[in-house]
Design a protein around this ligand. Structure first.
Ligand code: AMP
Length: 194
């Protein structure tokens, strides 16, 4: 099974991806996680990506497309994968189509997390304030100001990716503001027919 999770930062894609992984025995491919690892390891990609990520902007299409294309070839992806945080632009979606076609692979589903961005922002601000009060560190890109930039990047570049997939008939929307277990149930329902 090969699927994509679409939605703004903080919508719960990562949490749901882990649940799908546990249920279907496929791997989670999070470009955010892969980029953070590259930054930690100080690779060439990491060095290029760090400042852009810290600012809440999008890393270049070329970099993330390269990462995903290579990753999909790994043996653990043979049973399928869930893309979390990719594609984030229409150019990435088009590149993914090409990559999958070249490898003779097909997508099975695209899940779109619908959210109320005002409530999402309130949630992030609440979390950041709580962490600060406890003296815990706030992840740099979860800082409310950076988070706002990430939301803007989503609205500018990523919101149009869902309509791109609507044309393929693979798109299902779920309520990203619902309790976590309810979102899981909605996703399971969408995957039943796959
Ligand atoms: P995430 O954890 O998915 O929110 O990703 C963290 C950061 O990594 C984003 O704010 C971007 O700077 C970068 N990033 C992750 N995935 C992509 C992508 N598909 N395209 C561009 N930048 C990305």
């Amino acid at each position: 099974m090969r699927l994509i999770l679409l939605g703004p930062p903080g919508a719960g894609k990562g949490t749901q991806a882990q649940r799908v992984v546990a249920r279907h025995g496929i791997v989670q491919l999070s470009t955010g996680d892969m980029l953070r690892e590259a930054v930690r390891d100080g690779t060439a990609v990491g060095l290029k990506a760090k400042a852009v990520m810290d600012a809440g902007q999008l890393v270049s299409d070329e970099i993330v497309i390269g990462i995903i294309s290579e990753r999909i070839d790994q043996p653990d992806c043979a049973r399928g994968f869930i893309l979390d945080g990719f594609p984030r632009t229409v150019a990435q979606a088009e590149a993914l189509d090409r990559i999958l076609a070249e490898k003779g692979l097909k997508l099975d589903a695209v899940i779109e997390f619908k959210v109320d961005q005002t409530r999402l922002l309130e949630r992030i601000m609440g979390r950041a304030a709580e962490a600060k009060a406890k003296g815990e560190p706030v992840r740099r890109d979860d800082d409310p100001e950076v988070f706002k930039t990430r939301l803007e990047a989503f609205n500018r570049d990523t919101a149009i990716v869902a309509p791109y997939y609507a044309k393929t008939g693979l798109l299902t929307a779920v309520d990203g503001m619902a309790p976590v277990d309810e979102v899981t149930r909605q996703i399971a329902g969408a995957l039943e027919t796959v």
